[in-house]
Design a protein around this ligand. Structure first.
Ligand code: NAD
Ligand code: UFG
Length: 340
C-alpha cells in the first residue's frame, strides 16, 4: 500500500515524510509536488536522515491526468494534502492564483480520490480560519476569513464537511496549524522561504546569520505582557508527528476520526515577539537588531490554541518547548545559511 503526500517536499511536508518513514510499516511514500516552493534536494536529505527511499513525482495537483496516472500506478490508501500557496500578503495581490491552486487544485484531487475510492484524507488547514475569535481558540468556534489565503482554507474546509456529510466512507482530519517553526534536529531539513521571509522566525534567523540587517517588530502597543504580538509556536517535528497520529486515526486505521473533523495542532502556549527575539539571541549568541514599526494590517494581539481535542481524538500533544524550537531553527539556519 502507498500513502500520497501532496506538497511533500515543502517545509511541513518534508518533516512529516521523515516521521512517516520512521513509523511506517511497509508503506510506500509517494510525494507529488510541482516544486514552486521547494527543491528536490530535500529528497536526498530525507533519505539521509531515514535511510529509506521515497517515490517523487513532479506534478501539479491541478493536473487531473497526472493525478489519475499516480492513482492508477500506486495503490494509494490515504492522502496527506499539504500542497498549496501560503503567503497571506501575496494572496491579496494574486487572489485568483490562490483560489485556483488551493481550492480548484483540492477539488481536482478530491475528484480523483473519489473515482479511485480513496476516502481517507488529512488536510493542512490553519488557525487563520478562526478569524477574530478570542484565544484560546477551540474547534467549536465560528469560522471566518479576512484575506484570500484564509478564504481558501475556509472554502476547502467547508467542501470537506459537505463531502463527508454526503458519503460516510470519507474520513477526514482538517488539521488547523498554529505557528509551525523549528527544523529537524539533524540540521538537514528546515524552512527555506523564497525571497524575504514574511514570517517571524525565518526573518529573525536570517538577521542572526547576517543575511538581513534588522528585524521590524510590527507594533509594541498591543494588550499583551510586553506590547508585542503573542502566538502559539509549535515545533515542526511535533506537528509532523501530529500528522502521523491523524493518519492512524482515520477510518482505514483506528477510526477515531469520523466524517470530517477539525482539529487544532498547537501547544496551547503563547509567546511574544520580544520573547522570541531574546531567546534567539541567547541561543545563537548573535546580535538581533530590531526596530519597532507600526502594526501590520490584519494582525491580532494574541492567538493560541485550545489543544485538548487533539489529545482526546488523536492521543497527540506537543512535546518540544521554545528552546528546542529555536535551537533547531538556529542549527538549520547556521549550517545552511543560504537554504538548500
Ligand atoms: P511550503 O510552501 O513549504 O510547502 C507547500 C508545498 O506545496 C511546496 O513544496 C510547493 O512546491 C507545493 N505546491 C504548491 N502548489 C502546488 C500544486 N498546485 N501542485 C503541487 N505542489 C504544489 O509550505 P508549508 O509551510 O510546508 O505548508 C504546507 C501546508 O500547510 C500549506 O497548505 C499551508 O497553507 C499550510 N499551513 C502552513 C502554515 C505555516 O505557517 N507554514 C500554517 C498553517 C497552514
Ligand atoms: N512579526 C514581526 N515582524 C516580522 C514578522 C512577524 O513583528 O517581520 C510578528 C507579527 O506581527 C506577529 C508574529 O510576529 O505578531 C508572528 O507573525 P508571523 O507572520 O510569523 O505569523 P502569523 O501569526 O501572522 O501568521 C501565521 C501564518 C499564516 C496564518 C496565521 C494564522 O503565517 O499563514 O498564522 O494562523 F494565516
Amino acid at each position: 500500500m502507498s500513502l500520497l503526500i501532496t506538497g511533500g517536499t515543502g517545509y511541513i511536508g518534508s518533516h512529516t515524510v521523515v516521521e512517516l518513514l520512521k513509523s511506517a510499516k511497509d508503506e510506500e511514500i509517494v510525494i507529488v509536488d510541482n516544486l514552486t516552493n521547494s527543491s528536490t534536494k530535500v529528497l536526498e536529505r530525507i533519505e539521509k536522515i531515514t535511510n529509506k527511499t521515497v517515490t517523487f513525482i513532479k506534478a501539479d495537483i491541478c493536473d487531473t491526468s497526472a493525478l489519475e496516472k499516480i492513482f492508477n500506478q500506486h495503490k494509494i490508501e490515504a492522502v496527506i494534502h499539504f500542497a498549496g500557496l501560503k503567503a497571506v500578503g501575496e494572496s491579496n495581490e494574486i487572489p485568483l492564483a490562490y483560489y485556483q491552486n488551493n481550492v480548484s487544485g483540492t477539488l481536482t484531487l478530491l475528484e480523483v480520490m473519489a473515482r479511485h475510492q480513496v476516502k481517507n484524507l488529512v488536510f493542512s488547514s490553519s488557525a487563520t480560519v478562526y478569524g477574530n475569535n478570542i484565544s484560546p481558540l477551540n474547534e467549536t468556534m465560528a469560522t471566518s476569513a479576512t484575506n484570500p489565503y484564509g478564504q481558501t482554507k475556509l472554502m476547502v474546509e467547508n467542501i470537506l464537511f459537505d463531502l463527508a456529510k454526503s458519503d460516510e466512507a470519507w474520513s477526514i482530519a482538517c488539521l488547523r496549524y498554529f505557528n509551525p517553526i523549528g527544523a529537524h534536529q539533524s540540521g538537514l531539513i528546515g524552512e527555506n522561504p523564497n525571497g524575504i521571509p514574511n514570517n517571524l522566525l525565518p526573518y529573525v534567523a536570517q538577521v542572526a546569520v547576517g543575511r538581513l540587517a534588522q528585524l521590524q517588530v510590527f507594533g509594541d502597543d498591543y494588550d499583551t505582557s510586553d506590547g508585542t504580538g503573542v502566538r502559539d509556536y509549535i515545533h515542526v517535528v511535533d506537528l509532523a508527528q501530529g500528522h502521523v497520529k491523524a493518519l492512524e486515526s482515520l477510518a482505514h486505521a483506528k477510526g477515531t476520526v469520523k466524517g470530517c473533523q477539525a482539529i487544532n495542532l498547537g501547544t496551547g502556549n503563547g509567546t511574544s515577539v520580544l520573547e522570541i527575539v531574546n531567546t534567539f539571541k541567547e541561543i545563537s549568541k548573535q546580535a538581533i537588531p530590531f526596530q519597532v514599526v507600526p502594526r501590520r494590517a490584519g494582525d491580532l494581539a494574541t492567538v493560541y490554541a485550545d489543544a485538548s481535542l487533539a489529545k482526546e481524538l488523536l492521543g497527540w500533544q506537543a512535546k518540544l518547548g521554545l528552546t528546542a524550537m529555536i535551537q533547531d531553527t538556529w542549527r538549520w539556519q547556521s549550517e545552511n545559511p543560504n537554504g538548500f
